[in-house]
Design a protein around this ligand. Sequence first.
Ligand code: MN
Length: 417
Amino acid sequence: MLNKNLNSWIPVASNSDFSIYNIPFGIYTDATVKHHVCSAIGEYIIDLFELAVNGIISLDKNTLDQAFLNDFISLGKAVTNPVRSKLIEELSNENSKLKTDLVLFNKVFKKQSGVTMLMPVRVGDYTDFYSSIDHAVNIGTMIRDPKNALMPNWKHLPVGYHGRASSICVSGHTFFRPKGQQKPADSELPVYGPCKLLDIELETAFIIGKSTQMGESITTEKADEYIFGMVLFNDWSARDIQTWEYVPLGPFLSKNFASTISPWIVTLEALEPFRTKGYVQDPKVLPYLQYRGERNLDIKLDVILKPENGDENKLCTSNYKYMYWTMEQQLAHHTVNGCNMNVGDMMASGTISGPDPSEYGSMMELTWRGSKPITLKDGTERKFVNDRDTIIIKGHCEKDGIRVGFGACEAKVLPAN
Ligand code: MN
């Protein structure tokens, strides 16, 4: 897979997220197709159902005619990895029937701009971690004590909470500004109304590709077998609701009203060339959390705010490599007590901030709780997210001229209903 000389006979722009090295998986719909498993190359989607019907790949076509990827993923990496390899082989072979047979080409390839991407997986359970040290230090400094910003457990375990799967939506959706209880600083009693401090959290998430039984634990060494791939993730957060509700059990209604993911699941195999070092873990972690080698990933992340009918404004640029805890450690910790995993379960990283203020992954940090508003190109200011603002997260890896990306993770806020 590290053959750097792969070239697709379908032209791929140098800034495309969907090079021949990517070959992600998703679900699409259009005027004629209700839902098919698909991949992507350049500006096209690749219809895997049509590939099976036409004998290019030998998979049960019913698995590819589904609303979600769960059944496909459940086939296991022993099946799904060869499907990726077969696609790469066909796309780099100038004599492929897919290229020479125009009728077949038109059945299999469709412009991405002409289809709608659907939610890629049915998410059974969703967990959100809190694994970026720069983020945890920033928040701890703001709401507690700069000298003791991290809680005593933070460097010993990847802190997390169980989130809500029902409101995870695929890129392109809208949602209503959440309403709820808030306690104004100058009042003894809470008030009820639309959230005033609506925030974003720049995150990624990984998708479980292999189920476990209750009582089983996944080691850091075996974790990759259980991780199918990754998406971009926006963990929308109502800060005023959160501040009032979160003690002592953590976030509840401040988080469960909406989360946004990118539609393409980029496989762990496609991300493998972009492994890199993470932060040194000091103090040393317990044996079940230890790992060997470079287990972080160099994924450049951008967050963009677009006011209605306005220009795009970049809010921050961060990188997944700043994660203190790796996905392997998160999964080992999540299952160390025997908690079972199901295919399609989603584990989000936690807000990914870097050390520089331009790398903060939430408005809370970027504007330091609203004390340093951001001025947009149109002259308006933002402390948090306004009604009718669209937030777009983008992410990609790039090394030696090879680019693998996620596409966009985009959602628009509507006024409270
Ligand atoms: Mn979060």
